[in-house]
Design a protein around this ligand. Sequence first.
Ligand SMILES: [Zn+2]
Length: 466
Amino acid sequence: MHTKWVFGSLALASVAAAHSSFDLRVAHRALQKRGPKNAADAAKIYGINQQCQDYGDDTLYEMTQAKQFPTEGQIATIVSNDTEAKQIWNEIKSSGIIPSNVQVKQGTDGNMGIADSATSGYDKSDPDCWWSVTQCTKPKSNKIPEDFYQCDEPDTWGLTFDDGPNCSHNEFYDFLQQNKLRATLFYIGTNVIDNPYQAQRGITDGHDICVHTWSHHYMTTLSNVQVFAELYYTAKAIKAVMGITPRCWRPPFGDVDDRVRAIAAGLGLRTILWKEDTDDWSIDTGTPKSKIESNYQKIDGKANTESPIVLTHELTNNTMSMFVEQYPALKKAYKNVVPLTACLNVTNPYPEDIVYPNFEDFVGGNIDPKNKPDISTIKVDASASYKPVALSKQTDKGSYMSPGSGSASGASASSSGAGSSGTAASGSNQSDASSQNTSGASRTTAFTLHFVAVLIPMLAAGAFLS
Ligand SMILES: [Zn+2]
């Protein structure tokens, strides 16, 4: 009896030790059985709850089990056994691109905000080209290219959606398809890991994809290595899940300075901001719908004077529905509603062989990229190798680093005397942007509220940081 008892206890103890990983695997199998098996399956599910049920992709499950990505819900850092990431990070550091005179900004609320003292005490001559305070888009360092924030082409709305892939975006993506719309999608790394089939639909539907960081914090408040890891692992997730190497990114809240831009440039990512902001996210924090409608209408009213890149979100069903409601009016106001690939004449946004239509082709009706992956065959690929190339070393024509020239001189370009392809951000543009925006401090408060009010309920609902 005694021997048997001891043996039984040992057996139990070993089961207990294996308990968590065993349980996870059982749970994964159950999810896999219940949920969609691939992107094509997932695209046929409708209703928020049905689309947002967890499911299990085998390959991605093994990758996350092998700790190939940072912890979800936390600011990214290099994972401990990742020698490849460490090597790339060392190369960026030793390239000399990161300016040593730009300080890390003081964050608040776990880096979900910027301290008022940091913005109010910031040198007004703007030595860091810190967008959050001055809307600066022209770096002080000549090693870093300028940010994009407007289109080259006249009468054009640059269509972008941030914070996806949202687990319940099928109705919205259907709407984009039905209206022959293609957009630039700024995806959050953890959302790509959580919703891989929704992410795959983004690329197979013919949109173009940029990085929107791993965990959506204020980037100027993070250390150099955190900034690197936030961008690196998002791009790596996009490469594994969608098969493409992104070469563009947008800072959450627009919070970027030359230190952050430099690290992004080292990873081969061009910074993209916006000229007009719908503030659509604030519907979920209690802003009356009428206010967001009037924001859209104001942008509609500028169709003859500028060609803005516009900030809109696939954050929640409210932000997606708002775009659907506003689309007829904005389509009437702007002759062209196009993704940034067309708006900036970027025909080769990735090093992979996928060719996007330039502006002329796009408005002529050829809206889909050549060689884009197919929704019925796209698969997560654990062996996909993410190899970033610094912006300074990218020679590809038609890339975000070297866009093609426009078919016409842009409305905004002609009014400011500078095109947006790396030569924009004249003083007049910057003051335009300032006048549209609140001060840095109140902006910070508003965005913090955004996260408290929007993301906590979303976390509770099982969605993460969309
Ligand atoms: Zn965002």
